[in-house]
Design a protein around this ligand. Structure first.
Ligand code: PAF
Length: 264
């Protein structure tokens, strides 16, 4: 699998299907690459551990990095090329700016617990869209708020990315129900068992019961909420809803969500 890091090497792939990642690829990422492959255009996978989206107290320095293995996995899943840019290529100017869409600041979910996170995500993704010039970009719904933020960012700047479709792909779980995440490698066997309460809590009928289930299993709850699926604001009657959870298991922060069928 070819790994390129210079902008000039991206030119042949304009119009591609694009899967942006931070590496440490697992089956969840590979399912995004397979979705991209269905579009019948070249598939570009980016691997960039984006310093701008980590707060100083977060796990940027310990975030798993495995470029060669990732490239091999990406190839098997159907990627055409891996783009692994340097920080200098991604951020040629110091203090880059970006305007944030409502989903990045209004829900008070990830935005409340990780201030500055979506600014960093939007900076990286906007730069990658400008460099890669895809016609479709695929994001996992595991990071549901991120997916909405990016969708809104592209809608707001439709002159800049006029031919770009943002596609959401379903959350992929291990057989035991734990949503796949690059951070799962940090869980001890006991913590992993504890973390199984997350997907069970998503099946509870209301926020109080969700929080109780997480609490019973000793998880440190940041949020366990039911929100409007389109905005992540308070649920609206007869509109689709989504349950979303963020917890800490020891030092490991995990998020998960699912769409709720009952929209009354
Ligand atoms: O979801 C991720 O891996 C990252 O937030 C992304 C979209 C690649 C931006 O750095």
């Amino acid at each position: 699998m070819e790994i390129v890091s210079e902008i000039v090497h991206l030119a042949p792939y304009a119009g591609c299907a694009f899967v942006p990642t931070m590496g440490a690829l697992h089956d969840g990422h590979l399912s995004l690459i397979r979705e991209a492959k269905k579009l019948d255009v070249p598939v570009v996978v980016s691997i960039f551990v984006n310093p701008e989206q980590f707060a100083p107290n977060e796990d940027f320095s310990t975030y798993p990095r495995s470029l060669e293995q990732d490239a091999a996995f990406a190839e098997v899943a159907g990627a055409t090329v891996v783009f692994a840019p340097s920080v200098e290529t991604m951020y040629p100017k110091t203090n880059p700016t970006i305007s944030l869409p409502p989903a990045a600041t209004e829900p008070k979910l990830e935005d409340a617990f990780r201030p500055g996170h979506f600014r960093g995500v939007c900076l990286a993704v906007a730069r990658l869209f400008d460099l890669v010039k895809p016609t479709a970009a695929i994001f996992g719904e595991k990071d549901y708020q991120q997916f909405l933020v990016i969708k809104q960012m592209v809608e707001q700047q439709n002159a800049r990315w006029d031919n770009l479709h943002i596609i959401g792909a379903p959350n992929i779980r291990d057989d035991d129900g734990l949503a796949m995440s690059s951070r799962n490698v940090f869980l001890s066997a006991d913590q992993r068992t504890q973390a199984l309460a997350i997907h069970l809590a998503l099946k509870e009928p209301n926020e109080q019961k969700m929080a109780e289930k997480l609490d019973q299993h000793g998880l440190d709850v940041e949020y366990a909420v039911i929100r409007d699926e389109a905005t992540l604001l308070e649920p609206r009657k007869n509109e689709p809803k989504r349950a979303l959870i963020a917890v800490k298991v020891g030092d490991v922060r995990l998020i998960d969500n699912c769409s709720l069928e009952n929209s009354s």
